[in-house]
Write a protein that binds this ligand. Structure first.
Ligand SMILES: C[S@@+](CC[C@H](N)C(=O)[O-])C[C@H]1O[C@@H](n2cnc3c(N)ncnc32)[C@H](O)[C@@H]1O
Length: 300
């Protein structure tokens, strides 16, 4: 059922538009269709959802109504809300998002908070690398919060890197963040970062290949496989990263990884098979294991 147009001479109110939007999205299986309709209308009108709730009987300009209906049609295909609006907030910053990169997740804030805590104990100008940067949400949030840090960000997807660079420009952080395309840590050789990095961050693909098709269509159909697929057990890229990371970390340098909720034991086993110290597992807001932090020995 489509969102109906206005009857001649009768303005569609905010309340009516949200009701018809909810009715269009509900049968498609979108989670919380009313909230989705509210967020889309609030995006179109440039007003906060709370403002809409306080202005329920206000009429909507016809042009805005047309735009709202187009966005509803797009969301009804189960395209993620953030790809429909093109935006996602992360730790107070606004990021452009496109289907070329993963939609930044709230879970990733756990990793960024842990990295910030480590980086704040470091000298004035820490060197930080973000591997598999996507939208650059990790690199740019760290650059924003650590005004003296120097950031290096890599991704093997040229399209994701183009988006990352746009986000760096928009947020006014491009001067302190370098981007390069390549496989995992390979671009760090180009920057001559061997033994130089204080903190290495990575939210690499960690979903087991066989589980991707069971996820919601927002993820399995619309997000890039390259950003999801972690190989047969989900850890293919994380293992490779941990193998190569010591060559780039300073003595005492830290690595911080986002992981799947059931991967902490396996990742800790990889770390315990090599010379890593202070291994720590952090939980997300739902109480699931989400981040592993570890450190190189200070004497090597
Ligand atoms: C899970 S997404 C994370 C994106 C972003 N860091 C975030 O937290 O939202 C993983 C990213 O790793 C990139 N990637 C996948 N395989 C890679 C590889 N071998 N080398 C470098 N980047 C890779 C993907 O293109 C994708 O952008």
């Amino acid at each position: 059922m489509g969102c109906k147009g206005p009857r001649p001479g009768v303005a569609v109110t905010i309340a009516e538009a949200i009701n018809t939007g909810e009715a269009q999205l509900a049968p498609t299986g979108v989670e919380d269709p009313r909230l989705n309709a509210e967020l889309l209308l609030s995006h179109v009108l440039g007003r906060k959802p709370l403002e809409l709730r306080l202005a329920r009987e206000v009429g909507i300009p016809l042009q805005s109504l047309g735009r709202y209906r187009a966005l509803l049609d797009s969301r009804a295909t189960r395209r993620p809300l953030q790809y429909v609006t093109g935006l996602q907030e992360f730790m107070g910053l606004t990021f452009e998002v496109t289907p070329e990169a993963l939609v930044p997740r709230l879970d990733t804030e756990v990793l960024v908070e842990a990295l910030l805590a480590r980086a704040r104990q470091l000298p004035d100008a820490p060197i930080i690398a973000d591997i598999g940067t996507g939208t650059a949400v990790i690199a740019l949030t760290l650059a924003h919060s650590l005004p003296h840090a120097r950031l290096y960000a890599t991704d093997c997807s040229p399209a994701a890197l183009a988006l990352a660079r746009r986000n760096a420009d928009t947020l006014g952080l491009a001067a302190r963040v370098s981007f390069a395309c390549g496989d995992l840590l390979a671009p760090l050789h180009h920057w001559r970062l061997e033994g130089q990095v204080h903190v290495l961050a990575a939210n690499l693909p960690y979903i087991p290949s066989g589980e991707i098709d069971q996820l919601a269509p927002e993820v399995s159909v619309h997000e890039p496989r390259l950003a999801l697929d972690g190989g047969p057990d989900g850890l293919r890229l994380i293992r490779r990263l941990l193998q190569g990371a010591p060559a780039f970390l300073r003595p005492g340098g830290a690595v911080g990884l986002e992981i799947g909720h059931d991967q902490a034991e396996a990742v800790c086993a990889v770390l315990s098979g090599a010379d890593w110290r202070d291994v720590e597992v952090l939980k997300d807001l739902d109480g699931n294991d989400r981040v592993v932090m570890a450190r190189r020995p200070t004497q090597q």
